[in-house]
Design a protein around this ligand. Structure first.
Ligand SMILES: NC(=O)c1ccc[n+]([C@@H]2O[C@H](COP(=O)([O-])OP(=O)(O)OC[C@H]3O[C@@H](n4cnc5c(N)ncnc54)[C@H](O)[C@@H]3O)[C@@H](O)[C@H]2O)c1
Length: 409
């Protein structure tokens, strides 16, 4: 086992979890910086899927521990397993000195998230949390507008999340169970809470949550889908949501939820998530002391508009910025994210994602879920130790500096 990618050599990567998201690991080859050399999954069908994706001859292991006990040479691992397994697997790998790409959310509890950070510190091993939304063109366009001062000082960030594919994505497997995901405010919302923090330039200190299981829990057509993955049942024809079939046997997470947040820099934010809208996208508005921005669409073809003159209403805004650079949606951001991770592994190139921010997204979502399930009582977000924050050196911290263009990605 080694943890030093020799210069010019490809980073040797293990794929841990060969389910739907293992598609992400294809970006290692696309980046030209890494190669998949081992597959880990307890499910033999998943191993077959992994071999079909990455190479029929690849060695396979039933667990990370089994791989670590072998003498196979691995530099780094993608951890693409269900959320409740993230902390244990990541801690095991970090302790062995491997660099870890850990999918979001970092963990399903704040204490587990803190334990992962501590494991990276103790082993001096590289931890990267896969918040790929930081590499989405819509997010970078909004952040650049803010950094250029076009809306003044940010005072409020509101995000409405229309999770039109929610029934297929989150209510037909482990995502629907608190025991595996904690809840969808964390599982899905961790992305947007991280972006809200990034756009606002601060981290949440206090939350109030509200929401419930308002539709899917009442549907009775159920099936244990553990023999297949999401792409096997996904269809836009699964509509309307009340006609959804083959839902997970257990559904104890919310399908409609809302959070109010107060950040440590005085910014106020809100996040609303619904899992049965006909459309699937996110709509942000950021209000500053000199204007307001809002995105319409969140991939290529969409726009971000800015209003910065006083009037009653002008639908086209005073300024309009096209969203360019996400021609292939998720894949573009995934390639940038994996490339960033591999550069970080190879030569410590600073990253725009951040373990501290990943932890704070978890802590905020966990507290909001707790508030939601307990009469909307406000919850405070536990702070991290200064030494922990200092160790990760502010990588990807929320401060807003203008980005360079996306050329070269
Ligand atoms: N960043 C993103 O945009 C994005 C998108 C999709 C999924 N994800 C994340 O990816 C992760 C995986 O999601 P998915 O949809 O692929 O789930 P999935 O259920 O399709 O696949 C998970 C795989 O992990 C395997 N597994 C379970 N426990 C394991 C263990 N201890 N060791 C090794 N393998 C194990 C399962 O057998 C399965 O093959 C989740 O954390 C999810 O949040 C992120």
């Amino acid at each position: 086992m080694v943890n030093s990618a020799e210069s010019n050599a490809l980073v040797r990567l293990a794929v841990i979890g060969c389910g739907a998201r293992s598609d992400l690991a294809r970006q290692a080859a696309a980046s030209g910086l890494g190669e998949i050399v081992a597959l880990i999954d307890p499910d033999p069908v998943a191993i077959q899927r992994g071999r079909a994706r990455f190479g029929e001859e690849l060695p396979a292991f039933a667990s990370a521990a089994e791989m670590l006990a072998d003498d196979i040479l691995i530099d780094a691992a993608f951890v693409l397993t269900p959320d409740h397994t993230h902390a244990e697997i990541a801690i095991e790998l970090l302790a062995a000195g491997l660099a870890v790409f850990l999918e979001k959310p970092l963990a399903t509890t704040t204490s587990d998230a803190d334990a992962v950070l501590q494991a990276a510190i103790t082993a001096e091993a590289k931890l990267y949390v896969g918040h790929n939304m930081r590499h989405m063109a819509v997010v970078r366009t909004m952040r650049d507008i803010i950094a250029r001062g076009e809306i003044g000082e940010v005072k409020a960030v509101w995000c409405r999340h229309f999770v039109g594919n929610g029934g297929d994505y989150y209510f037909k497997d482990w995502h629907a169970e608190r025991a595996s995901s904690n809840g969808l405010l964390l599982q899905k919302g961790a992305h947007d809470i991280d972006i809200i923090h990034w756009l606002a330039g601060g981290y949440t200190k206090r939350v109030v949550g509200m929401g419930g299981d308002t539709l899917y829990g009442a549907l009775t057509d159920r099936r244990d889908n553990s023999d297949r993955t999401m792409s096997d049942w996904f269809s836009l024809d699964n509509w309307p949501p009340t006609e959804q079939r083959e839902l997970n046997p257990v559904i104890d997470v919310e399908d409609l939820s809302m959070v109010l947040m107060r950040l440590d820099n005085g910014v106020y934010a809100s996040y609303e998530q619904c899992h049965y809208t006909p459309d699937y996208w996110r709509n942000y508005t950021v209000i500053g002391t000199k204007g307001r921005l809002e995105n319409f669409g969140d991939t290529d073809g969409g726009v971000v508009r800015v209003w910065n003159e006083r009037r009653i209403y002008r639908p086209e805004g005073d300024l309009e910025f096209p969203i360019n650079g996400d021609e292939f949606g998720h894949d573009d951001a995934d390639l940038r994210t994996v490339t960033e991770f591999l550069r970080f592994v190879i030569d410590d190139t600073p990253t725009e994602t951040s373990p501290i921010a990943g932890r704070n997204a978890v802590a905020t979502a966990v507290a909001a879920t707790d508030s939601l399930r307990n009469s909307s009582v406000p919850r405070e977000i536990p702070s991290l130790a200064e030494e922990t924050i200092a160790y990760f050196d502010g990588a990807g911290s929320p401060s807003t500096e203008a980005h360079t263009s996306m050329d070269g990605w």
